[in-house]
Write a protein that binds this ligand. Structure first.
Ligand code: ZN
Length: 111
């Protein structure tokens, strides 16, 4: 699906931010594989019923544990890969939120 160059860029960006990925939080395996392509997680207000197509997304790279299937999503904007996110991506974060915050917001991606 993706070119080998694009996959290599994603892997390089992840390694730049996270030189060593820790063990899976579910099964403790260290065998993760990058999904071929990106994942766009839809962001919509809590008042919205149903699925909104074409709304803001959190463009992400996905790493899947090859033992248990646990999937980790890493925001492409935070990884510095805005160009891979396409024109519909939410703007880069201007404000950080704490780890205890659990509300997804396109302006404040979770860390
Ligand atoms: Zn696992």
């Amino acid at each position: 699906m993706e070119s080998p160059e694009t996959q290599a860029r994603i892997i390089e960006a992840i390694r730049r931010k996270v030189p060593v990925i820790g063990p899976c939080m579910v099964c403790r395996s260290s065998d993760f594989q990058l999904v071929d392509g990106i994942v766009k997680i839809a962001v919509q207000p809590t008042t919205q019923r149903g699925v909104v197509l074409g709304g803001p997304t959190l463009p992400s790279a996905a790493l899947v544990c090859q033992t248990c299937g646990n999937t980790i999503f890493l925001n492409l904007i935070v990884l510095g890969l805005l160009d891979l996110a396409g024109g519909e991506a939410a703007p880069a974060p201007e404000k950080e939120i704490g780890q205890s915050d659990t509300v997804a917001n396109p302006q404040e991606p979770l860390r």
